[in-house]
Design a protein around this ligand. Structure first.
Ligand code: PSU
Ligand code: MN
Length: 302
């Protein structure tokens, strides 16, 4: 068997009830232990409270797991051998019976194959600063352009080139919807100064927008940009300083490729003395809540 479903997830999918996908790279490579495990448990509980069955996605022992139990969450949060799996690494990880935490790209693809339409994360990968030299563009953007799953995010952080990320999404025909905002949020901060042309304040309209795309077999996803709650945001100006320092440390250490995003996230937690982690947790949970509401409305539309 390649797909293993937690029982309640399988049942909910069969019955057409709301299911919300959650990624696992944020657990294995996006936050330190034990905050990562606490976050993973809280995210599952919050989805449930808001009317959707949570399905954290990962690859364990060569199987795609849709919905994890507490032991499996623990394993992802603590085992240093759990790799970071983007879409291109799915095949080899399965073929070797390996383990992997799935990124936004792989989680989208596997959710789609499992029949899950809505997925909540923290922030997406994007076009990296200096991409005109090193071509570092996250596979998340490619997946958004070819896989019909809605992704709820707090935008993307300024470790990325945000204007280029938005341009790329436009080129790749990925709709970007600002939930109650006219600006693309910058993960830790509510504002980036960059305009999003499509603002929607009504959750039901977000669900209907995606339902229409699905009806027409438009194959791309939708990126929902949901700003971090005001009480936990860190200003763009302050974060820019820490991000600049983290980027220069990465350059000095020669960190590139798939190691770069986890390195920067960890370094920023250190540089902000843990404040960025509090913000990261709050924004990701805020996305889970919105994602669960959208998933619930989508299941009622079907
Ligand atoms: N951004 C975050 N937290 C994360 C990630 C991104 O704020 O944990 C993870 C996600 O899993 C995302 C991946 O899909 O990093 C992108 O990695 P890359 O930049 O190597 O494509
Ligand atoms: Mn990359």
């Amino acid at each position: 068997m390649i797909f293993r479903y937690r029982n309640d997830v399988k049942q909910a999918l069969q019955d057409g009830q709301a299911v919300l996908a959650l990624e696992s790279t944020i657990i294995a490579h996006g936050m330190p232990y034990p905050e990562n495990l606490e976050f993973a448990r809280e995210a599952e509980a919050l989805a449930q409270e808001n009317g959707a069955i949570p399905a954290t996605v990962a690859i364990l022992d060569g199987e795609v797991c849709i919905g994890l139990d507490d032991d499996q969450l623990n394993r992802l949060a603590t085992d240093p051998d759990v790799g970071k799996v983007a879409t291109r690494e799915i095949g080899l990880t399965l073929a070797t019976g390996g383990h992997g935490a799935t990124t936004v790209s792989a989680t989208m693809r596997l959710s789609h194959l499992a029949g899950i339409k809505v997925f909540a994360t923290g922030g997406i990968g994007g076009v990296h600063l200096g991409a005109e030299r090193d071509f570092d563009v996250s596979a998340d953007l490619i997946e958004l352009s070819r896989t019909p799953v809605m992704v709820i995010s707090a935008g993307a952080k300024a470790i990325l080139d945000l204007p280029k990320t938005l341009e790329y999404l436009e080129t790749m025909s990925v709709p970007v919807i600002g939930y109650k905002t006219d600006e693309f949020p910058a993960f830790y901060s509510r504002r980036s100064g960059l305009e999003i042309p499509q603002r929607v304040d009504d959750v039901a309209l977000i669900a209907q927008t995606f339902a229409r795309q699905l009806q027409l077999d438009i194959e791309c996803g939708v990126l929902v940009a949901n700003p971090v709650p005001e009480e936990t945001e860190i200003s763009f100006d302050e974060m820019s300083v820490h991000i600049g320092n983290a980027l220069s440390d990465a350059r000095k250490q020669g960190v590139i490729g798939k190691a770069l995003t986890p390195y920067l996230l960890g370094r920023i937690v250190e540089l902000t003395e843990g404040r960025s982690l509090v913000t990261n947790r709050a924004l990701a949970l805020n996305n889970v809540k919105l994602g669960a509401e959208i998933a619930r409305i989508m299941s009622e539309l079907a």
